[in-house]
Structures are given as C-alpha cells and as structure tokens.
Design a protein around this ligand. Structure first.
Ligand code: SF4
Ligand code: SF4
Length: 133
C-alpha cells in the first residue's frame, strides 16, 4: 500500500461472496447493487462511483471484500468499469425450485446449525411436509 490513508479499489472474492447484500446496504454511493434473477443473485460494483470508503469490506460477514493496492481504473463505459459476481441460489431438496437464499448462505447456516434441515425446502414443500405428519 502506498499510504495507509489512501485506499484502493475493493475486490470481491467470488468464492466467498454469498449474495447477502450487507455490503450494498452500507455503500453510501450506491456503487454496489444487488439484482435477483430466478436462479441467482448478481452483485455489481460500479468502480466509477466508488469513493473507496471501505464500509463494504467492514460490513461483509464472510470477508469476501478486500481493499486492493490498486488506485486507478480505466474504462470507457460503465460496462468496462463494472465488477460482477454471480451467486447461485440454493434449490429445494424436494422439488428443485430456487430458494430465496444463496447456496453459500444455506451451506454456512448448515455448518453453524447442523440440525437446520428444513432450510433447504421451498415454502410449498415445507407446508407439504408439515401436513404429511
Ligand atoms: S460481498 Fe460480502 S456482504 Fe457483499 S453480498 Fe457478498 S458476502 Fe454479502
Ligand atoms: S468502498 Fe465505499 S463507496 Fe466503494 S463500494 Fe465499498 S462502500 Fe461503496
């Protein structure tokens, strides 16, 4: 790092990001945005808007954001200045439909609370399971 008081561009580790959106909710410039599709969550960083405050890195619960020793970014369009991470959603163990949470969030929850089996069922399958008892 050149100077401790100068921060570089944030980098997002696609292997660690779980699409929770904590970083985007803390970003004061809306440089980080979260988009949901049917199968996945897309986290997008618009580097041109970023003021290098590092609030996103502080907010990330899985240490997926690091502040790089990279101070300049060059690009002619928003497309060229965007960093994107796609996080797949978890799927229902019973019917295969996508769930609201990402596969990594569910894995992490299962690691922390091993008895949480019902978390990988969609709402319909949860109801079916309860009614079948
Ligand atoms: S980078 Fe961190 S805070 Fe942001 S969505 Fe991914 S896991 Fe959540
Ligand atoms: S460093 Fe600050 S402005 Fe840049 S993406 Fe993170 S929270 Fe947003």
């Amino acid at each position: 790092m050149l100077f401790h008081s100068i921060r570089g561009v944030p980098a997002i580790d696609p292997e660690k990001c779980m699409g929770c959106g904590a970083c985007a909710s803390k970003c004061p410039t809306d440089s980080l945005t979260l988009h949901r599709t049917r199968d996945s969550i897309l986290l997008e960083l618009n580097v041109a808007r970023c003021i290098r405050c590092a609030y996103c890195a502080e907010a990330c619960p899985n240490n997926a954001i690091t502040i790089e020793d990279k101070y300049t970014v060059i690009g002619r369009s928003r497309e060229e200045l965007a960093i994107r991470v796609i996080v797949p959603l978890a799927r229902c163990d019973s019917c295969g439909e996508p769930l609201r949470h990402s596969a990594r969030e569910v894995e992490l929850a299962r690691e922390k609370v091993p008895d949480l089996n019902v978390i990988k069922l969609c709402d319909k399958c949860k109801v079916k399971r309860v009614l079948a008892r």
